[in-house]
Design a protein around this ligand. Structure first.
Ligand code: NOJ
Length: 565
């Protein structure tokens, strides 16, 4: 038997002080508009979340991350923020927010909020001022305005594309154009402007003063820009290396911004935390995760990986190594509000060489092609979740994954909300399928989401996944998550993992520092297991073999004899 141990910085310090609560936390992402609706307007709200804080506490998480709840026209599900220091009236009030913070803190849960600094909403007072001020006004300098091209300036300044499809430039009435890397309603801010910098510091203090424990930073790698004059073409932009000096992506000088933020975070006791949403080359992740910068960065590798032992092992090993380099802990994410839910990804045939993933093809066909094996997808998802929940570092869960929800494909085109769908006229199917309001109760209107219906249609199969149904079933995915999180609290130990070779390319086995063993069969063949398990992701489990596509947690004494070395 051979072993290889990966250890991150905290393994050596064993620092469990209040300031490092985040290092191995389980953080539950709430997409507020789709969690629970207390005022019966069809849209989830803060009082809806308040009504379920006991559910969150019983689940056994350590913290809640709230996606944006700020005033917004919902051009991009709230990531178009019109006021960074208020609550959208449809979602509640600042008093509701304070009540939520108190309710969570009383139950020992922390709260993380989303900060969206790359762009505002076009309804933000700054952008209204920029429009009213006209060409050449100082108010335009907070954004990125340029003249158009062509004889009358009616062509965009460049041929750059937005992430949601179409030109990244939009023309305003007086003929100038502004940059929006995302939706038209999301003008990019100019981070060279001192007022932009100062205002976000005020926003961080505002929420920190209200008791927020940490921040998730949206598009953290794109704030600072040095676009050049003349502006490069799209092809030139794409060809530029992303090495810290790219005009728009992952520039080194973005860390000057975060150094200022760090001094705000560290002025609180305990220091406020932050996690970067930075889609950057792995070698540059530690720059964001350093303690001098944001302190932690999302690792999205598992969103892209197949349910495959080799891929999982590489992702785990590489990311623990990256965490060591930055002094941070790794994060693990299987689902979030931007991707197809993992039971669905794992229930579709493995990716082919075509450009589209099966999940996107499946969504586009309304859930028909290729055929989804729901049971298999869920079985694999449960195995993946149990593996991930045993890893050193922090795990980010997305609302509904604890119910084993599949992606919803049955959304009529006319009710889709994602700007990516609308702007590309359906070429990008968008993210509505993972944002359908949660089922709380099998027999209540809108499955207990709220008395006012649901803002995206819920499918009939939601009934079987409702919280009340799954709570009553010891074999449900919810019951598995509850047991896993409770056990994790008992077993969690220093940030160290040792791989134990299994002699099978489709089986992974690792041990945490304290004899907590985790074994996953990625293939369909069983694996010998003579010991007694602490937790198993699928049933029936006879006890002498681990069935295929299953994760088992067990203690050292229960090691298979062939593995005892
Ligand atoms: C990343 C967020 O997760 C996504 O939902 C959003 O559309 C973009 N950033 C733009 O803010």
């Amino acid at each position: 038997m051979s072993h290889s141990t990966v250890e991150t910085t905290a393994a050596r310090t064993d620092d469990a002080s209040a300031g490092s609560w985040w290092r191995q936390a389980v953080v539950y992402q709430i997409y507020p508009r789709s969690f629970a609706d207390a005022n019966a307007d069809g849209l989830g709200d803060l009082r809806g979340i308040l009504s379920h804080v006991d559910y969150l506490a019983e689940l056994g998480i350590d913290a809640v991350w709230l996606s944006p709840f700020y005033p917004s026209a919902l051009a991009d599900g709230g990531y178009d923020v019109a006021d960074y220091r208020d609550v959208d009236p449809r979602l509640g009030t600042l008093d509701d927010f304070d009540d939520l913070v108190t309710a969570l803190h009383t139950r020992g849960l922390r709260i993380v909020v989303d900060i969206v600094p790359n762009h505002t909403s076009d309804l933000h007072p700054w952008f209204r001022e920029a429009l009213a001020g006209g060409r050449g006004s100082g108010a335009r300098d907070r954004y990125i305005f340029r003249e158009g091209t062509g004889p009358d300036g009616s062509e965009p300044p460049t041929d750059w594309q937005s992430f949601f499809g179409g030109s990244a430039w939009e023309r305003v009435e007086d003929g100038q154009w502004y940059l929006h890397n995302f939706a038209v309603e999301q003008p990019d801010l100019n981070w060279s402007h001192p007022q932009v910098r100062a205002d976000f510091l005020a926003t961080l203090r505002f929420w920190s003063d209200r008791g927020v424990d940490g921040f998730r930073i949206d598009v953290a790698h794109m704030l600072t820009k040095d676009l050049g004059d003349p502006l490069p073409t799209w092809a030139e932009l794409q060809a530029r290396p992303i090495d810290g000096s790219h005009p728009m992506i992952d520039r080194d000088d973005v860390h000057d911004v975060y150094a200022e933020w760090r001094s705000v975070f560290d002025s609180y006791d305990p220091p406020r935390t932050a996690v970067a949403e930075a889609w950057v080359h792995p070698s540059r992740v530690p720059l964001y995760a350093r303690p001098e910068s944001l302190g932690q960065s999302f690792n999205f590798d598992l969103l892209l990986a197949e349910f495959d032992a080799g891929q999982f092992r590489t992702v785990v090993t590489d990311n623990l190594e990256l965490a060591t380099r930055s002094g941070s802990s790794s994060t693990w994410v299987l689902s979030n509000h931007d991707v197809v839910r993992h039971p669905t990804r794992y229930g579709l045939p493995a990716r082919t060489s075509t450009a589209q993933t099966p999940a996107l093809e499946w969504l586009r066909s309304g859930g028909i092609e290729p055929a989804l094996d729901r049971d298999r997808g869920l079985r694999r998802a449960r195995a993946a979740s149990l593996l991930v929940l045993a890893l050193p570092g922090s795990t980010y869960l997305y609302q509904g994954e604890e119910l084993g929800l599949h992606e919803v494909a049955e959304i009529p085109d006319e009710v889709r909300q994602d700007p990516a769908y609308v702007r590309t006229k359906g070429a990008q199917i968008g993210r509505d399928g993972c944002r359908v309001p949660l089922p709380w109760s099998a027999h209540a209107p809108a499955f207990g989401f709220g008395a006012g219906g649901a803002h995206l249609p819920q499918p009939d199969w939601y009934a079987a996944c409702a919280v009340d149904v799954e709570s009553a079933d010891p074999g449900s995915t919810l019951s598995m998550y509850r047991r896993a999180l409770a056990l994790r609290h008992q077993l969690q130990t220093k940030e160290q993992l040792t791989w134990i070779e299994t002699g099978r390319p489709d089986v992974l086995h690792f041990e945490r520092a304290n004899g907590w063993h985790v074994l996953t069969t990625f293939g369909t063949d069983p694996y010998p297991f003579p010991g007694s398990a602490l937790l198993v992701s699928s049933s029936p489990f006879a006890g002498d073999v681990v069935p295929g596509e299953t994760t088992v947690w067990f203690r050292r004494g229960a090691l298979p004899s062939s593995q005892d070395g």
